[in-house]
Design a binder for this molecule. Sequence first.
Ligand code: SF4
Ligand code: SF4
Length: 240
Amino acid sequence: MMSYVNEYDTPECKTLAETAKKSIRTPESMGLDRCIQCGACTASCPAARFTDYSPRQIVKKVLENDRSVLESEMIWSCFYCYSCNVRCPRNNSPVTIVQVLRQMAINEGIGIEKLAYFLEIGECLAENGASKVPGAGIRNMEKDLGERWIGIKRNMEPIRSELGLSSRDFRDTHGEVQAILESTGYFEREKWIKARIQEKKIHGFLKTDLKTDCSKNEKKSGDFGFESDREYTGQEALTV
Ligand code: SF4
Ligand code: SF4
């Protein structure tokens, strides 16, 4: 389990805050200790708008060195839009902290199944030199964006042709992408992740299939009772 722990990414420290600050992901200027719990991050967070997720609470847990945060579903709600990073008046970066927490959780075997969603991206990148939206994401987009998105999908070929693009986004990278992924150990890590997910499945820890369906997690309450007094039902799907 520990063979993929990167000491630069998640250095072993006495507290969560120290690890977050010393991670190679973290800019030295990040104001974690300067957080005043103003909630501007949560107010600007799209994930918080539709769920009980709260970056402010995540930061609080880290400052309190509450390691239960690693087991929280909440650290998986962020989708790295960086709004919190831009809005924080104290130059803190909840999104960076979430990234470190996720990696720490994975190091401990917690939440590794969440990576199943992203494996499709790596596979497509290796094969075609281009990224993609994984299947579960497409299904959610159809649900959230409604007819407009479905219409674009149906007419993808003529739209691409009108833009002078080939029918699918294939790029001949002359093996360079594969070489980079190989030399950085991506394929080995991918194998390791798949094996761990499979192990968890076999031992009955996972109720869902390998292809994580994000829609099954919707409406899940925050396990910290995050902002639980907020009532926001979300917007209706965009239709044209
Ligand atoms: S916006 Fe910044 S200072 Fe305010 S709660 Fe969030 S992290 Fe803390
Ligand atoms: S980066 Fe994550 S925590 Fe920050 S605003 Fe976006 S979704 Fe919310």
